[in-house]
Every structure is written in C-alpha cells, then in structure tokens.
Design a protein around this ligand. Structure first.
Ligand code: NAD
Length: 272
C-alpha cells in the first residue's frame, strides 16, 4: 500500500533528473516521484522513452513532465530551466545523471570521442548545476518544504576512484565530477545548498549491456562485486531519495558509493 502523502519525504518539491528517460535516471525519477516530488524527466533524443517514464510515474499516482535538452549545450540547458520555472515555479532537487561512454584505447581515441564524453558527463553537469544553484539562490530558503535551500546530486561512478584502461575519457570525466561536486559543495554550503555524488558500481542498464551479454561476461563482472549481484536502477533511486531528503541534511560534499563493494579492491581479498 502506498505511504500516506503526509509521510512522503519529498512532498511539494520539484526535481529535475537529467537523462531520466533511461536506466539509472529512470529509476531515480520513479523513486523521487514515489516520495512525492514533481519530477521533470529530461531526455536528449529519446522522447518516447521519456514519455514512457512519465506514463509509469503518473500511473503510480505521481507527477512528472518530460523536458528536452542536450545537457552539453548551454542554450538547451537555459531553455530547460526556463521551462521548469514557467511550469513549476522553481526547483528543489537536481539529479545530474546524464552520461555516456564512447570507449577506445588511448592510442586510438579521437579528439571527438574525448570531447563528446567530457561534454556530456562533465560540462553537462557543470551547466545544469550552475543553473540549479542560480535558481536556489534566487528563490531562497523555504524551510516549510525542506531544511536545505536546494539539493544537487551528481551521478559519478566507482571510476572517479578506480582507473579504467580503455575508457580514459569516461574515467577522466568522473574524476572531474568528483572535484566539481566537492568544490560546489564548499562554495554553496553558506547558501544552505547541499551537493553530493552517488558512485554506482555495475548497475544493469543499457550503458553497460555489452559487459553482461554472455554468462561468462556476467561471471567475470561478478568477480569485481563482493556482494555477489549486479545492481538495479532502484538501488540507486533509493540512495538518491535519501540524499535529496531532510534525513541527510547534515551531509554535503561526499560520494556515496553504491557498488556492492566494488571499491573494496576485491582482488586483495585472497591475494594481498
Ligand atoms: P543509460 O545509457 O541508460 O542512460 C544515460 C542517459 O543519459 C540516457 O537517459 C540518455 O538519454 C542521457 N543522455 C545521453 N546524452 C545526453 C545529452 N547530451 N543530454 C541529455 N541527456 C543525455 O545509462 P545509465 O547506466 O543509466 O547511466 C546513467 C548515469 O549513471 C551516467 O552518468 C553513468 O555514467 C552513470 N553510471 C552508470 C553505471 C552503470 O553501471 N550503469 C555505473 C556508474 C555510473
């Protein structure tokens, strides 16, 4: 049975989930909506996927709206935030989730591959976080809605910590997200804006389906996960709800790894 609305942790709050049309972003959008947030589901190209996420949220009794923007393009991001302000008045929660991979060995990686991944994964997070912070500061505190003036959650990765051969653009983007998050957290704390990251391990989504195609590939992947299972988008959705809620009001500037122990260096468990 759904919780009564008075006990929902994100009641009366407006959230934007970038890349909410697929994978982890879709899971996060559904989890935030289930806790009472009105969710803007951003997509870049896949309007149908975003519409499907909106439909699922509405069917479950939540509120959602699809909003198009390529987060690597400043004009798109500005237009998206204008649209959110026009339709919902303000924003309380940003989940900076959009991300891509375009893998190649360093020796073969083109400048285009490098710039494309940095553009979405790092510049996209900067642009959306800047606009969200501007909106939080413009609107000011609303203590009847949330203790913090605003919350920013960056989707990082275990690869903000673990180097990843063959993915230098992706790993560098996530290392950059770590410093982006921490520096913004330091700078925005006096405004009572909290900024944190989630560091997922292996979550079953389209971004990594090629690493789980065959039973052998799945088995190889599981050797990296002490907890013995691949994660689901809902695992990350639950963490996002907590980081967005007043339950984490004293938490800012951290990466919360949700990785089944991938960052515990499992290779050292019996070979240290
Ligand atoms: P996914 O491919 O299912 O989702 C990526 C999302 O980003 C899609 O909704 C896509 O539309 C959106 N996107 C791509 N380019 C965009 C652009 N230019 N503008 C706006 N949106 C754009 O993959 P996912 O696994 O759900 O990835 C979501 C985030 O989680 C990414 O930042 C990824 O790096 C991170 N992550 C994923 C895993 C994992 O194992 N799946 C692990 C660690 C981190």
């Amino acid at each position: 049975m759904p919780a009564p609305s008075s006990s929902k942790r994100l009641q009366n709050q407006v959230a934007l989930v970038t890349g909410g049309s697929s994978g982890i972003g879709a899971g996060v959008a559904k989890s935030l909506a289930a806790e009472g947030a009105r969710v803007f589901v951003n997509y870049s190209r896949s309007a149908n996927d975003a519409a499907e996420v909106v439909r699922e949220i509405e069917q479950a009794g939540g509120q959602a709206t699809a909003v198009q923007a390529d987060v690597s393009r400043e004009e798109d991001v500005l237009r998206m935030f204008d649209q959110i302000r026009e339709q919902a008045g303000t924003l309380h929660i940003l989940v900076n989730n959009s991300g891509i991979q375009d893998d190649a060995p360093l020796l073969d990686m083109t400048l285009e591959q490098w710039q494309k991944v940095i553009g979405v994964n790092l510049t996209g997070q900067f642009l959306c976080a800047r606009e969200a912070a501007r909106e939080f500061v413009r609107r000011g505190p609303q203590p009847e809605i949330s203790k913090a003036t605003g919350k920013i959650i960056c989707m990082s990765s275990v690869h903000e910590l673990i180097p990843w051969a063959g993915h230098v653009n992706y790993a560098t983007s996530k290392g950059g997200v770590m410093q982006l998050m921490k520096t913004m957290a330091q700078e925005l704390a006096p405004h009572r804006i909290r900024v944190n990251s989630i560091g997922p391990g292996a979550i079953a989504t389209p971004i990594n389906h090629s690493a789980r195609d065959t039973p052998q590939e799945e088995k190889n992947l599981l050797t990296l996960i002490p907890y013995g299972r691949v994660g689901e988008p809902a695992d990350i959705g639950h963490v996002a709800v907590w980081l967005a809620s007043d339950e984490s009001d004293y938490v800012t500037g951290i990466t919360l790894f949700a990785d089944g122990g991938m960052t515990l260096y499992p290779g050292f468990a019996d070979n240290g």
